[in-house]
Design a protein around this ligand. Structure first.
Ligand code: PLP
Length: 381
């Protein structure tokens, strides 16, 4: 097979990022909350019309801020999907609270509302959801369950920038939501994130927690005459260099999305016949949801055929990959979390999942090669 290996993902290069970096370095304001932070936060707010947008040093830090903001601590429980990135759980254990792992819906990889309802106890404080691949979770039943039990809904929207559930942008539904701008995400700043604060009463405390527990934000706005330590906190600001790259990337959001959807749409249409013959299931997007082409996955019939497909692709120079190992079975999940019911769907999904290469600007020849490599799997020569 000719050609260099096809990598799994490639960070997008935007037009203004180098000029922006130079401008920041020349300006003398390189720490957080400068002009590019304000501009990037404004662009984000236009995409996700939420209450307040606070840029952070990572998506993980935005998730940690949620735990501090809700005042979670020992004895409190947060319901977390078994199939997600570990940060949803470490944000809970960091403050001494307990993640309670529940199963997912096999059709989407998202948290299953019935599993959520079954896991609620008198210690439950919040439901943490993650929109896998930016395909929105079944939000309406989750909101009903939360309202009835008096719980907060927290959104890990790391995959879902620009995505919608029944016309509503993801990231606006929970009381708090987290974005990530890690360089594997659609829009990146190297490392980075944002906390979306959808309850105005939490905004001032969120600013304090982000600024090392000080009221520096109020001081900078002239609302207090000195700044001092007033609450819990840490150093959660995005620096201005990262914000300047993020601002450039966000200014090309529509282009990034168009390019990613071109690749996604080819996989979704050109692999249908192969999938039917191979007993594989292609990524499913329910009618009422708009996904952001963050990733494209397929599910093989079992773990053995999944591993065989991954090594077949690698042999042809196509770097495809699996995804999350279920948190309930992870070493830390076993000791720091609680799993009231088996998460069989999560294990099945994780065992059978293959993600294909996808990035903005992936050329047609590379997409051809991936499709040819997948469809040649199982050929009896
Ligand atoms: C990337 C990601 C995170 C972590 O974000 P960082 O910015 O890398 O800290 C959390 N949750 C999900 C679902 C992610 O994909």
């Amino acid at each position: 097979m000719a050609g260099a290996p096809i990598v799994f993902s490639r960070p997008f290069r935007s037009a203004r990022e180098l000029d922006n970096l130079t401008a920041v370095l020349n300006s003398g304001h390189v720490h957080g909350d400068g002009a590019f932070t304000a501009s990037a936060a404004g662009r984000l707010k236009a995409l996700i019309p939420s209450g307040s947008v606070l840029l952070t040093s990572s998506g993980t830090h935005a998730l940690e801020m949620m735990s501090i903001l809700l005042g979670l601590g020992p004895g409190d429980e947060v319901i977390v999907p078994s199939f997600t990135f570990p940060s949803a759980a470490t944000a809970v254990t960091l403050v001494g609270a307990t993640p309670v792992f529940v199963d997912i819906d096999l059709r989407t990889g998202n948290i299953d509302p019935q599993a959520v309802a079954a896991a609620i106890t008198e210690r439950t404080r919040a439901i943490s959801v993650m929109h896998y691949g930016g395909v929105g979770v079944d939000i309406d039943p989750i909101l009903d369950i939360a309202r009835e039990a008096g719980l907060q809904v927290l959104e890990d929207n790391a995959h879902g920038l620009g995505a919608k559930y029944r016309g509503t942008p993801l990231g606006t539904v929970g009381v708090l939501a987290a974005q990530s701008f890690h360089d594997t995400k659609n829009v990146h700043s190297g490392e980075g994130g944002a906390l979306l604060v959808n309850d105005p009463s939490l905004v001032e405390r969120a600013e304090i927690i982000r600024e090392k527990g000080t009221n520096r934000s109020r001081f900078l706005r002239g609302q207090v005459d000195k700044y001092t330590w007033v609450d819990h906190g840490s150093s959660y600001l995005m620096n201005e260099l990262s914000a300047s790259v993020l601002d450039s990337q966000l200014s090309e959001f529509d282009t990034i999305q168009r390019l990613r959807h071109q690749v996604w749409d080819r996989y979704a249409t050109e692999l249908v016949d192969w999938a039917r013959n191979a007993g594989a299931t292609l990524m499913h997007v329910p009618e009422d949801r708009e996904h952001p082409a963050h990733l494209f996955y397929l599910l093989m019939p079992d773990g053995g055929s999944r591993d065989a497909l991954l090594s077949h692709l690698r042999g042809l120079g196509v770097i495809a990959t699996f995804h999350y190992i279920p948190l309930d079975s992870s070493p830390a999940g076993l000791t720091l979390g609680r799993t009231p019911y088996p998460c069989d769907n999560s294990h099945s999904f994780s065992d059978r999942l293959v993600r294909l290469p996808l990035w903005a600007g992936m050329d047609d020849e590379s997409v051809d090669r991936v499709i040819d490599a997948v469809t040649s799997f199982g050929d009896r020569g």
